[in-house]
Design a binder for this molecule. Sequence first.
Ligand code: SF4
Length: 214
Amino acid sequence: MLRVTEIFCSIQRESTHAGRPCTFVRLTGCPMRCTWCDSEYTFTGGEHISIDEVMRQVRDFGCGLVEVTGGEPLAQREAFTLISRLCDDGYEVLIETGGYVSTADVDPRAKIILDIKCPDSGEAERNHWANLELLRPDRDEVKFVIASRSDWDFTLKIISDYDLENRALAILISPAWGAIDLQELAKWITGSGLRVRMQLQLHKYIWGPDVHGV
Ligand code: SF4
């Protein structure tokens, strides 16, 4: 059984897949508490659903792209089985993970979007750094949420220390909602000369910042 907050079909919003139709399986619970978290509604509640039932609901949406997200999806051991089942059925599978849990046992057919927590999140100490060694340059992406200049300086250091330009398919730079001037961040990015990609949280521009399940 899995503890599930919601399953819905929408537009992928936070990766190089942004804009594509995507079914989201949002699992309940997260061991972290990022200061700017916009998914606090996933920390509690949820419904216990069998993997077979999750598969049935995903099938009903008829979408070839599926994202397993949270909360922290990998905090539930059964999530690894769900990911393999989705891959077995031929779905293109994305995993959006906060970077606290090891990705070593994730089915290699899935594509990982790995958050690297910056200092302003309050959770940088809990990054599982070994995950960066497991990135595959043909499919996996890393994401930094930036809330300040010091977050950006931290990002530059981690990109350099871990050679992320060569390790990851994409390095996503995402402004924390309402925390930072977008034009300022764009200037830092263009001035960096790095192979990074600024991204906005597409769903918040379409449906508003506080709506979920769409
Ligand atoms: S890892 Fe994600 S879900 Fe968990 S607290 Fe941080 S932003 Fe929220």
